[in-house]
Design a protein. Structure first.
Length: 341
């Protein structure tokens, strides 16, 4: 028969419940005796912020209160310090950590009102302190946001200028005129003019051209003569609209060229060429039935600066007959013009 084993507790320990009570008592004593964990050294913002200057808006106590409102705390690490300097020109502050400068800021301009000035400086100090606190515990301050590079606007598409409004006068015109000249030569004569006009402005044009007239068989007793006038001319013309597609205006210009003569039915025939110059004034009515056509009817006065004379000689130096040209004449003009853009 096997003998049962028996565990015997030492008498000094006693009953298990007594042992538990002893252990709890020892733990309680240990907790009371152990030193509390060391709290980081801090100081009040009013002690950490100093102001050097006489700006009444930036007194240290009020500035510290404003900084604390921005930070939502009234104490910071003892290693941090803020030194604010004010003078007549500018305000600045320096943040130090352990005696080393870690941030600085200078204000060249601040609001003139004390509350606004104090709030602006306090906000800048609070932001700098936040960055310094993060760096002091090994967390880098967030980098400032980088604004995206603006994308240049695409080159706008090229837009051609609009066409000129309907009815606007083009830049040039070619004019062809038929003339009936009265009193310009010894007898009525037919002629023509070819000109090019430059439209300076609607209703204003400058034109230049060539005029030619011919008279065959002008009476110079006891014979006759052929007389032609060939001149160049320059005119300035102005007209204004009086009805739809109808313009009323006038021109003024100068002429210069030569008078060509040749005797007829005479014993001795001469063909002298005489210089000629004059001026002209015109009144005209222009009708523009369709683009680019213009029709003109007008009356023109021509004034000669010289007065040529046709002489019939007797062969010995004497003059048998003579006829002078008029110094003023009238011309009836019918013209057409082709306008060109």
């Amino acid at each position: 028969m096997t003998r049962a084993s028996r565990l015997t507790l030492p008498a000094a320990i006693g009953h298990p419940s007594r042992v538990l009570r002893v252990a709890l008592l020892i733990a309680l004593v240990a907790c009371c005796v152990a030193p509390a964990p060391t709290r980081a050294q801090e100081r009040a913002l009013t002690d950490a912020i100093t102001v050097d200057g006489r700006d009444p808006c930036l007194e240290a106590p009020r500035l510290a209160t404003q900084v604390g409102a921005w930070l939502e705390r009234d104490r910071i690490a003892d290693a941090l310090g803020v030194s604010v300097r004010t003078d007549a020109g500018a305000t600045s502050f320096v943040i130090t950590h352990g005696g080393e400068e870690v941030a600085t800021r200078r204000f060249d301009r601040l609001p003139s009102e004390c509350p606004d000035r104090r709030a602006a400086v306090a906000l800048a100090i609070a932001l700098a302190l936040d960055a310094a606190i993060l760096e002091s515990i090994g967390i880098p301050a967030p980098a400032p946001a980088v604004a995206p590079t603006p994308t240049p606007d695409p080159t706008p598409p090229r837009v051609d200028p609009p066409p000129p409004p309907a009815g606007e006068r083009p830049a040039f015109s070619i004019e062809l005129e038929a003339w009936l000249a009265l009193e310009l030569l010894p007898d009525p004569a037919l002629g023509g003019l070819l000109a090019v006009s430059w439209i300076i402005d609607p209703g204003v044009r400058i034109r230049g051209g060539v005029l030619a007239t011919q008279l065959v068989g002008a009476s110079v007793v006891p014979g006759g003569a052929d007389v032609s006038l060939l001149t160049g001319r320059i005119d300035a013309c102005v007209d204004r609209s009086v009805l739809p597609h109808v313009l009323l205006g006038g021109c003024a210009g100068v002429l210069g060229g030569a008078l060509l003569t040749s005797g007829r039915d005479l014993p001795t025939v001469y063909a002298p060429v005489l210089p000629w110059a004059g001026a002209a004034v015109r009144a005209e009515l222009r009708w523009l039935p369709v683009d680019p056509l213009a029709l003109t009817i007008g009356a023109e006065g021509v004034f000669s600066f010289v007065q040529p004379r046709l002489d019939v000689g007797d062969g010995t130096g004497g003059v048998v007959a003579s006829r002078s040209l008029s110094t003023a004449g009238l011309a009836i003009v019918i013209a057409t013009a082709l306008v060109i853009e």
